[in-house]
Design a protein around this ligand. Sequence first.
Ligand code: NAD
Ligand code: TYD
Length: 336
Amino acid sequence: MIKVLVTGGAGFIGSNFVRYALKTHADWHVTTLDKLTYAGRKENLHDVMDDPRHTFVHGDICDAAVAGPLVEASDYVVHFAAETHVDRSIMAAGDFIKTDVEGSFVLLEAARRSPALKRFIQISTDEVYGSVAEGSSTETDELKPRNPYAASKAGADRLAYSYWATHDVPVIVTRASNNYGPYQFPEKIIPLFVTNAMDDIPVPLYGDGGNVRDWLHVLDHCRALDLLIHTGKNGETYNIGGGNEVRNVDLTRAILKHAGKTEALIRPVADRKGHDRRYSLGTAKLQAMGWQPQVAFEQGLRDTVAWYQANEWWWRPIKERDPAYKAYIEAQYGKR
Ligand code: NAD
Ligand code: TYD
């Protein structure tokens, strides 16, 4: 059995990756290490919790006593665990520095003591490039993160690289664009807007709605990671972009259309501080290895809306019964 450690496997992308990995690789045993923060939920792994090839460990990546032995016992580490929401990092950045930077450091130190480790996939983000006025970011571009989330991810991105350059840890860094799909916490734009729309609650569109994000279906992301685990080169960085650059206002209109609602639900609100105008990724490096996104955005978005419509059991407890979630929504949008 190939032993794969997935940190943050109870989150959005991590849980999709765990499910994908168990389905795709019969010879993998996957261990999820997750702290179960507000964004991490066992429900995200409900169908694989009892799989004999999956082990769930409730723990913090910053805790070397827990994380260290798990890294040392692994063939591959796929490191997703992070604080991930830009708006929360603007309100309070401490947890971002702690988990994204220090947590990555703890895992990399363990990786350094693990001669059997074959891959350490550092999941970074396109946000490390900062706002892109023209053209697309390539892997050698300067990093210009502009919000505390992006800056903490950039710190971890380069720290991971340094452990390859200095200690020969088999690190690959990936920078994906905005992911969408099932099991995304309803604070990010797509699940927030879909679930609001279902209940006829207005959708808060920041600024003029002209900010552009490149959308990548989470399963296309999983397929790219799989390819890189098998054929990527240590010490290299790879962009993973969906090739779907969409203005937020157009995304919002499409969500409302698929949800069967009118644009009257759009509520323009004050802009995010330091709001990056546009992200855009050049993906020639990954495409040269044979990867192409397979999910067309229009269909992927339609399916994603349908998933939230069909899985109210998953999101209603968060939106309706989690006091911390309600407090967050009030703090974020109450006076906006
Ligand atoms: P998420 O917020 O849905 O999930 C994060 C997971 O990490 C949760 O399960 C949480 O419980 C866990 N976690 C947080 N702190 C932890 C700690 N100290 N120890 C152990 N577990 C901890 O995030 P996501 O959207 O799935 O993102 C996963 C990764 O992908 C992150 O590294 C993020 O920066 C990166 N990324 C995300 C996107 C995107 O669009 N969502 C795009 C590019 C890169
Ligand atoms: P988000 O889903 O938070 O991802 P990120 O900031 O990591 O790109 O936001 C995506 C875009 O949607 C971003 O330009 C901000 C915008 N947005 C809104 O307009 N309203 C909202 O309520 C949220 C959460 C985001």
